[in-house]
Write a protein that binds this ligand. Structure first.
Ligand SMILES: [Zn+2]
Length: 350
């Protein structure tokens, strides 16, 4: 690997490749399955600005992960930085009309665990994932560009590393699978049958210092037991939708929401059961978020109060998630950080 940007034989070509890579992630498209789009594609939030980011912000800022492709460090291609809540967690994935119409029930209404609200939180996660996976599959550098960057002649064969090949295969499988889940969710949205989604809700009296929203396919539970076979290509993996939000409702100041589509495989439910059996639920949840997503925001006073070793461990967990060249995967069964209590109340199902 090259130590720094200027060590690359052709920095200008590398720079334009990075620019084009970043532009792909900004492609504007509406992920709603309806013909009535407005003409403007907006920077749609995946973490609601007012109800999820504002409560944990300081002077309108939170800590979130931003890409840092120009200065790759030992911690990988992303880094924590203070970001304005208007720019945090956005993607160009909805037109102004659909962003308003679809998410009104979360943006403008108080959170009340309504099936429609729970569904829309999950829908947002799958729309963002479908958007990203499409871009990821499109973003592999053409061989011609790799030749120019590294000044490799036509006479030299370019061979992708086994890690890169595996990453490409997984990306492709992931994007096809996510498309099918997105279609199933579009079907539920059209029918209005929001109870197809089952959700476990854990209310907290203290406010969690983190907001997050994502979807993933659980591979291992919190004790390291396998939940589904990632090498079995004959069936789709089953997704779990996750939201941790500082919604303020009555005596509560935060909610963990875990949802799955009824009638599919048992992995999501087994994952939930395993989480609920953990001692130190806050630690298990927080570590789990860092291991499985990059779509989170952290309260500045909490993040700045972390010890150097906590920061190192969090970077390790996050890196295994965002960088395919990371050598080891952080394990859910061995959290390397420890969280204060959020005074959780009895979990319940909807
Ligand atoms: Zn639209």
């Amino acid at each position: 690997m090259f130590e720094s940007f200027s060590d690359i034989p052709n920095p200008r070509e590398a720079s334009s490749a990075i620019q084009s890579f970043l532009r792909k992630f900004k492609t504007k498209v509406c992920m709603a399955k309806s013909p009535a789009c407005s003409s403007t594609i907006i920077d749609a939030h995946t973490l609601s600005k007012q109800s999820m980011l504002r409560p944990i912000s300081r002077n309108g800022h939170v800590y979130s992960l931003i890409p840092d492709l120009y200065n790759p460090s030992a911690d990988g291609p992303m880094k924590f930085a203070l970001t304005g809540i208007g720019d945090t967690s956005t993607f160009s994935g909805f037109c102004s009309e659909h962003d308003k119409q679809l998410f009104e029930c979360i943006e403008d209404e108080l959170f009340a665990c309504k099936p429609q609200q729970l569904f829309m939180l999950s829908y947002r996660a799958i729309a963002k994932e479908a958007y990203l996976k499409r871009k990821q599959a499109e973003s592999l550098l053409p061989v011609e560009t790799i030749r120019k960057i590294h000044q490799i002649g036509d006479d030299v064969e370019i061979e992708l590393s086994p890690e890169a090949k595996l990453f490409n295969a997984a990306s492709l499988r992931g994007s096809e699978e996510i498309e099918r889940i997105k279609m199933e969710m579009d079907g539920i949205l059209t029918s209005g049958n929001f109870m197809r989604l089952r959700s476990l809700i854990v209310p907290f009296k203290s406010r969690p210092p983190i907001a997050s929203n994502f979807v993933f396919s659980p591979d291992l539970d919190f004790d390291g037991n396998p939940l589904q076979d990632f090498e079995d290509f004959s069936r789709d993996l089953d997704p779990l939708f996750v939201t941790l939000s500082p919604f303020a409702v009555g005596e509560y100041n935060g909610f963990l929401i875990l949802s799955y589509i009824e009638g599919r495989g048992a992995a999501p439910l087994r994952f939930i059961d395993s989480l609920l059996q953990q001692n130190g639920l806050e630690t298990a949840i927080t570590w789990f978020l860092f291991v499985h997503t990059e779509n989170f925001a952290c309260e500045p006073s909490w993040y700045e109060g972390l010890s150097a070793s906590d920061v190192k461990h969090i970077n390790y967990a996050v890196r295994a998630n965002v960088d395919f060249s990371a050598e080891t995967q952080a394990s859910l069964s061995e959290p390397l950080i420890s969280m204060a209590e959020w005074r959780g109340d009895q979990p319940f199902w909807i």
